[in-house]
Structures are given as C-alpha cells and as structure tokens.
Ligand binder design. Sequence first.
Ligand code: AMP
Ligand code: ZN
Length: 476
Amino acid sequence: MTGAPLILYNSLTRSAEPFRPLDPSNVRVYSCGPTVYNYAHVGNLRAYVFTDTLARTIRWKGWPLTHVINITDVGHLTSDADAGDDKMEAAARAQGRDIWAIARHYTDAFKQNLADLNITPPTHLPLATDHVAEMIEWGVRIADRHCYRLADGLYFDTTTVPDYGRLAGAADDAAHARIEAVAGKRHPQDFAIWRATPPGETRQMEWDSPWGRGAPGWHLECSVMAAKYLGPAFDIHTGGIDHREIHHPNEIAQNQAHCECADTGAQLWMHNNFLVDRTGKMSKSSGEFLTLARLVERGFHPLAYRLMCLQAHYRSELEFSWENLAAAQVRLKRLVHAVAALKARGETPATGSAAAYREQLDAALSDDLNTPRALPVLDAMLADKKVSPADRLAMLAEFDAVLGLDLLQRDRAGLRVRPASATIDADTIEARLVERREARAAKDFPRSDAIRDALAAAGVEVMDGDPLGWDWKLNP
Ligand code: AMP
Ligand code: ZN
C-alpha cells in the first residue's frame, strides 16, 4: 500500500475508519447488484460509479482486489421486506415474456451500462439463480435454531441473533414502520428465507426445497454469494443507502446465524446516497425513469454522467437535472481539450515536477473517496505550466486510473453525441462550418449569420471563439 492511509466511512460504526484489509494480498469487496426486471436507471448506476471509484482506489493504492457484483434475477419482492410480488415474476406477467429471457436481456443491458460508464468489470458477476442449491443448504443449516415455518414459507426470527438491526441504527424505526405485515410473523422485522409457492399456483421460477416448492428470499442470495466468492469474512460490502435499513441488516443476521457467532461478514459496510430528481428518489418501479440510453438519446456522453457523479461525494444526495448534466458535459469536453493541447505540444523546458499532484490526488481519495476534491487537483495539474507537457500527461494516467474518465484516450469528436432528434449529420455540419468561415473571411456577415441560424434550427450550436467549436444543442 502506498501513500496516505485510506480512510473509509463505515455505516456499521457510523464513523470514518482507517482501512486495514484482512488479507493485504487480496482485498475482497461485495456490491449488491441490480434486480434485472428492467433497465437500470441512472440512480442505480450511481451506485456502480461509486463502487468503481472504491475498486479503482483500492487497486491504485496497491492492493490486489477481488470484486463481486451479483445479479438479482430472483427473489426481490416489490417491497424490500417480503410483501408483494416477486419483481421478476410481475415483469414477466406484465410483458407476457419468458422470465429467463427477461433476466438475460436486462443483465446484458446492465453489462453494457458498466462498459459505457468505463466501470471496470467485476471479478465475478454471479447470478442468484445459479446459487439456489447453496441457498437451500444455508437455509437448512440455520433453520432449526433461527427460523420458523409459516404457510407461505420459512421465516428468520430476528431475535435469535445478537444486536439485530445495529446497521440500520436510527433509521431502524422508520424502516420498520414501513414494513408491510405478513400474517403470522413473530416480529415485524422477521423476513423470508424461503417463499413457498401458494397451493394451486405455479411460478416461472421455482425450485424444490425442504420447505416446499418455491423460491429463495432475496436477502439470502447475497449472504450466500458473498461467502462463496469472498469467504465468510471479507473486507467491504456496498449498496445504496436504502440497503442500510433492511437488506443489509438481514444479511448480517443470516451471516451470524450461519457462523453461530457475532461476526457480520463484511468488516465495513459502505452506502452511497441517492440520486434524486425534483420529484424525489429515482425508482424503477415508478414507471417513467431515466436510463443511460435516454441520456445518450438527448445528446449526452455516458462519461458526462460519470463526471456528474464524481462531482458529488458519494455520501451526499445528488440532484439530477439536465442543467447539471450539461455542465458536466462541458467540463468533460474542456478536460479533453486541455489534454489534446498538451499532446500537441512538443517537449518544453520545465522547472517543476508533477509529484505534488499525485499526493493531492491521494489525499483527496484517501479521505473517504473525496472525488469532488480530486477534480480541481486535476484541473490545476493540467494547467500547470511549470510542469512539462509529457510529465503532465504521465500524471494524467494516474488520475485516469482512479477517476475512470479515460481522458488520455478520448477525443473531442468522440464526445459529441448526436441527439436522436437531430436532423443533420456531422459531415454536413463540418461542410456548413467551412462555408461559414469563408463567408466571415469575405466579411459577408448576413450569410455567416444565416448559416449559424440554420445550424441552430437543426439542433447544432456554433460557439464562436470557443475552443470547443460546435456542439449539439440540447432539445429538452
Ligand atoms: P436494484 O436494482 O433496485 O436492486 O438497485 C441496485 C442498486 O442501486 C442498489 O445498491 C440500490 O441501493 C441502488 N439505488 C437504487 N436507487 C438509487 C438511487 N436513486 N440513487 C442511488 N442508488 C440507488
Ligand atoms: Zn444484496
């Protein structure tokens, strides 16, 4: 490990702590993955930009990392606490499609989202449905001492483990007040380990178990897959802040029941705050929601969204607005432009070194992944004329390694995304811009203005005197 001590905020202790890996030769991180009954919305994707920043920082600081993101393709009910329908079954019914085809389709779309956002692929991306036998084994092991049967399945008695709900902390009461009642549960916070299919019904996804034919409870899959790929004790577990209230306390309870000890599984539990819009938290179940594809349709590059996420600390709420995204896109283009200018310059005499910027970057990231603090360091480094262009470009590789903006590889043209509603193509724009330059050279300003107005009408903004040249205009 190099540089400053890495300090991370642990939701379990509600404090920032120095990170000490259990095994420095293999840091192990588990991130709750998407429920694949629909596309990920951009709020979900904020969770993976956060885990990618964590993963990149760990690797950059010199620790080898094993990272798991699971795919939830069974078990997640419309309420996090065992009430309602299985989200996957409901989607399959509503769309009249095969549930396995739905899972495959949205899993592939999720992988594409990760690639578009330059998120490093995790070491393992296991599917819950590939681990049902192991979930049943886990259930069998804890059933006698920690569970009870109800007509509709096997339930976990949360009073059988020490300190249930410690992770939820103050959020506990509010969360449990929202839990919808399941008849017969001993305590409102008890949860399903196995959900038996009601008599006379069949589900598209169901398996035989000692508790009847049915499907596993959602919380069980994460305990099982984390232990399988990372071992019973591992370093960090991540998820969105909603998981701090129900899903993660339930995982901890299952882990404690399984080991018959007080260990929580992960040492550190980290949670990203929500992406919100003016109407509140973004959610998939609320119908209309924003996907990465919709941002691209409107002319935004996926990395502009990544930058927008990095501009906020992961534990702060972040408000989505088209204005914020447009500002991030301009900032990204300016960064790429600055890099292009450095590449174009030959070796020039320099009096300074870039090393101090590495230290500042390290200090920002080591302070609980403070990316908003790292970004101005990047600006200052790129603009520092005392450091030679070659040294600045070499230092940029370090920033790219952790921020994942891929600035060394991108060019301006690649960041121009044609909005789906645009009525003109890039070659025609270039041709019109040449005509316009000629008109201006001939001092034919009425003609040059007319060309600019015609481009604007087609959704293209021409920025005179701006190094960025032209850009697709937003059509909100
Ligand atoms: P899901 O696909 O609903 O299981 O959620 C995938 C991940 O996204 C989980 O870690 C959630 O906690 C997280 N998440 C859900 N909504 C948001 C949001 N609006 N902003 C940030 N993260 C979210
Ligand atoms: Zn999970």
